[in-house]
Design a protein around this ligand. Structure first.
Ligand SMILES: Cc1ncc(C[n+]2csc(CCOP(=O)(O)OP(=O)(O)O)c2C)c(N)n1
Length: 289
């Protein structure tokens, strides 16, 4: 198990590097909210998901709905690392006719099953997928990833009420509580109060874990899978821009423009550091093997 978590940490580093390189190459993009789901993506694509990247439409697959669709780069990096498409494609992010639009589009990207970007709607889509799975008596799961700012959308709560009422425990609701939204702190814009207690009040079996801890995320998903008679929710305690101190501390990191000496310098430094850490860890793994 220890080694498996080391592998997931390494995968998280690769996903983080891909996101940074992709956005740096494009010159702008949704950095903060992509970074805060890196460890989650690593656990999903490195361990939990029942998928076949060589056959994205496999009948008996798990589903991911990234309801906070602006974090598309975080998803694309995980899909590329899993082998859904060539990593070079990452550098076409948001170009005309790209397969990787800034927000996920199910008609364009292998591995993307639901188009998202209009906040709130992914929650209803995931509720629908989960209903379908239940009607088919399928054992598969749908992982619904929601932003904390996204919870300003009433549609989320309507979907949660439905998921709870029908005990759709195969819809694992994951809230990325990075405490910030587009233009400021969630507490200052639209206070959420205690989201964990709110989800419990809605009828969910709710766990709160550190969102940068792959072992804790994995264990929470395992616990959720053991809950058979109730809807399930995991609140991820994350940091917007997670994993790169310069971006974590940046006043506004929702959509970063890669211009100006300091940002260029810090981005290049972070890219070089991540590359070096990955190189060292891969070398270490090769020696151990
Ligand atoms: C219905 C809708 N309204 C507004 C927007 C614009 N918008 C994009 S991201 C965002 C903030 C989302 O905050 P959060 O869910 O916390 O995302 P994160 O901080 O995790 O990136 C907003 C308002 C949108 N995409 N959809």
């Amino acid at each position: 198990m220890e080694q498996q978590y080391e592998n997931l940490k390494l995968l998280a580093k690769k996903i983080r590097l891909d996101i940074l390189e992709m956005l740096y190459h494009r010159g702008y993009g949704h950095l903060g909210g992509s970074m805060s789901i890196v460890e989650l993506m690593s656990v999903l694509y490195g361990k939990q998901l029942h998928i076949d990247p060589a056959n994205p439409a496999m009948e008996d697959r798990d589903y991911v709905v990234l309801s906070k669709g602006h974090a598309g780069p975080g998803w694309y990096a995980a899909l590329a690392e899993s082998g859904y498409f060539d990593k070079q494609l990452l550098f076409t992010l948001n170009e005309g006719h790209t397969q990787l639009p800034s927000h996920p589009d199910r008609t364009k990207t292998p591995g993307v099953d639901m188009t998202t970007g209009s906040l709130g709607q992914g929650c209803s889509s995931a509720a629908g997928i989960a209903t379908g799975l239940k009607l088919k008596k399928s054992d598969r799961y749908v992982y619904l990833i929601v932003g904390d700012g996204e919870l300003d959308e009433g549609q989320c709560w309507e979907a949660f009420q439905y998921i709870a009422n029908y005990r759709l425990n195969h819809c694992i609701v994951i809230i990325d509580e990075n405490k910030r939204q587009l233009d400021g702190y969630t507490d200052q814009i639209m206070k959420l109060y205690n989201v964990e207690e709110k989800m419990k009040a809605f009828g969910f079996y709710t766990q709160r874990v550190k969102g940068n801890d792959v072992a804790a995320i994995d264990q929470a998903i395992e616990n959720a899978k053991q809950c058979h008679d109730q809807a399930v929710c995991i609140v991820l305690d994350t940091i917007k821009g997670q994993g790169i101190p310069f971006f974590e501390e940046m006043e506004s990191n929702h959509s970063v423009k890669f211009s100006g000496e300091k940002i260029i310098e810090e981005s290049e430094k972070a890219i070089a550091e991540l590359k070096e850490q990955i190189r060292k860890e891969e070398l270490q793994d090769a020696i151990v093997m």
